[in-house]
Design a protein around this ligand. Structure first.
Ligand code: PMV
Length: 324
């Protein structure tokens, strides 16, 4: 082997039913299943070049050479795939996000989805979609949901083999938009990897996990029947349940800022007045407002006029991870 290269593009996703806590931290087998929507306008593009002359792996992100934990995480994902291929050749990884760096938008899902497809392709491995999702999952749990198209379910499973993601509807099946209200661009203080390991310390996690199949059914049905009212109520409940677990972990994790709650309340009032919009929050203070696309311009304008909102990013449902 001399040089082998491939480029892949992946979108981040927003979970309607959230993943929080693992049955197995090392293999990232989640405690519960989850459902998400890929975000078309946001993307990570990653080029991988394996070169037998490289003495070590190199990782450049948005033009900056990476070291420390960021490099280590990428190298361990490379090692996983090199192990499957049976090679020790090093790689140069060149990754760019089209969304503002440090906007507070989690990029690990699109990062590990793009990395998985680029690395397996560059190494000449023939990997089907299901197995790609299993490999991506090992880099970042939510990355498995960025591999398939549109609206995606992650079957929690119990082992490495049966924990995988699949598309439940194409991106154009339902015209939904995510308006992301950025209230704080700083990096989150508690990483999701650390947060997952704390989930089991909350007395509420067991109830949250037990009830997950019911919420998954409601969410899947809402998508399949394009029932926005049903989707709105289950995704808001699910997000609040996850944050209740976070806030009651030992030590507790409070991702919300005062502005976060203000937005959640504003969105509830807008919905009451007939605007099809609902709020969901990941491991940070920013708020994802899922709405029917016909209401997106109105929602984005209303969000922009709230004093604590620094920026609003807008994205429709997106496709799968692809080669470029
Ligand atoms: O994939 P991770 O380890 O970054 O975890 C993602 C966790 C949440 O974004 C909070 C929820 C989810 O399902 O995406």
């Amino acid at each position: 082997m001399s040089t082998l290269t491939a480029t892949a593009v992946a979108h981040p996703n927003i979970a309607f039913i959230k993943y929080w806590g693992n049955r197995d931290d090392a293999l990232r087998i989640p405690s519960n299943g989850s459902i998400s929507m890929n975000l078309e306008s946001l993307a990570t593009q990653t080029r991988v070049t394996f070169d037998s002359h490289l003495p070590e792996d190199i990782f450049d992100l948005n033009g900056t050479r990476q070291s420390g934990p960021a490099l280590k995480r990428v190298v361990s994902h490379l090692n996983l795939i090199r192990g499957i291929r049976g090679t020790a050749i090093h790689a140069h990884i060149l990754s760019e996000n089209n969304f503002p760096t440090g906007s507070g938008i989690a990029s690990s899902a699109s990062a590990f989805a793009a990395l998985t497809l680029a690395v397996t392709t560059a190494l000449g491995l023939q990997v089907g979609e299901k197995d790609l999702t299993r490999i991506a999952r090992r880099g970042s749990g939510s990355a498995c949901r960025s591999i398939p198209a549109g609206f995606v379910e992650w079957n929690a499973g119990e082992t490495d083999r049966d924990s995988f993601a699949f598309s439940i509807a194409a991106a154009d099946f339902w015209d939904l938009t995510d308006c992301i209200a950025i209230v704080e661009a700083a990096q989150k203080k508690v990483s999701s990897t650390e947060g997952h390991s704390l989930a089991g310390t909350s007395p509420l996690q067991e109830a949250r996990v037990q009830d997950a199949p019911r919420r998954l059914d409601m969410c899947r049905n809402a998508i399949q029947t394009r029932d926005f009212a049903a989707l709105a109520s289950i995704l808001e409940l699910d997000s609040t349940m996850m944050h209740a677990v976070m806030m009651t972990s030992t030590p507790p994790v409070f991702y919300w800022e005062p502005a976060t709650l203000n937005i959640v309340k504003a969105v509830a009032a807008w919905r009451k007045s007939g605007i099809p919009a609902a709020a969901s929050i990941d491991a940070g203070p920013n708020v994802h407002i899922i709405c029917e696309t016909r209401a997106a311009e109105n929602v984005a304008q209303r969000l922009s006029s709230l004093p604590a909102v620094k920026e609003v990013l807008v994205s429709k449902a997106g496709g799968p991870t692809v080669l470029k």
